[in-house]
Write a protein that binds this ligand. Sequence first.
Ligand code: NDP
Length: 312
Amino acid sequence: MTLLVRSGNAEAFLEWHAAFAEFSPGLEVRNWSDPDVDPACVEYVMVWEPEHNRLATFPNLRMVCSAAAGIDHILSDPSLPKHLPLVRLVTADQSQRMGDYVCWAALSLLRRIPEILVGQRERGFDTALTGEAAPDTRVGVMGLGAMGARSAVMLAGLGFQVAGWSGGAKKIPGVQDFVGDADLAAFLARTDILVCLLPLTPATTGIVRAETIAQLPKGAGVINAGRGRHVVDADLIAALDSGHLAGAVLDVFDPEPLPKEHPYWEHPKVIVTPHVASFGSRRVRARHIAGVIAAFERGESFPGLYDPVRGY
Ligand code: NDP
């Protein structure tokens, strides 16, 4: 069984190789860029942003695994073999790291850290920048999947008033539930800090746009750790400039890396992080994917299987 890996540089590949040797010794792990790999031997791939049309060149491919939680970078391949199982990464480690990030971002908006950082650069000492208290602040998490559900629970643990919005009803202790398009307006109207943790699909592309932002209360904040294309950048910037939004913490962009001339970099109300919200260790990810492949080989179910009907 051969697994072809495309994720990170040559050094990263050595790490992947060592981790798979530990968790799946029977698996032959080869580098995506290795010219000596016989395409007919490749049964599994684990990839991040594979170049288009390459996946279709493996005649005996049985499964496509994403090296991360998102699969939009694979679905964009026009010749992706659609009959193959496509698996995204779902680990407790990644959910926890996302929860850590979202809590940090929400607390940063709550405590007016973007303004405090601007003040620091100017050696300002504005004692009025005290911010609010978590129990007085309503956070709304869009997407209650592997990332959103854990983040919502952790935010509730910090004392925020937390609600979640997703496709189907959920019962998460301490989290008010909003479901589907019918509940979106009510969800937005009660949300002081909006967190986007949706998958990128045709229905969610551009969901944070002028029309939805306008439904948030004045002075609200936005956190995006889903995908860059969830946000219409010009609309977000206009809302920050008009004062309707107080701040934003953004981890994902379209395109990435965020171009040097992009207005986000210098915007006084924006904190930019370089797509680092939840980057699981290679060892943990390899252990998880080795487990997925083993379950697949045994004909058992496994987490993270892409559902083409739902689109995520
Ligand atoms: P999941 O597939 O586990 O969860 C998706 C959630 O979104 C589900 O709750 C789903 O509803 C909901 N949803 C999907 N479409 C809609 C819709 N049209 N309307 C309302 N709700 C919808 O995804 P993950 O939690 O694994 O990932 C979430 C996002 O986080 C992805 O965009 C991923 O790429 C990103 N991510 C970013 C990282 C980073 O470092 N910045 C790291 C990891 C992930 P339902 O529950 O009803 O199905």
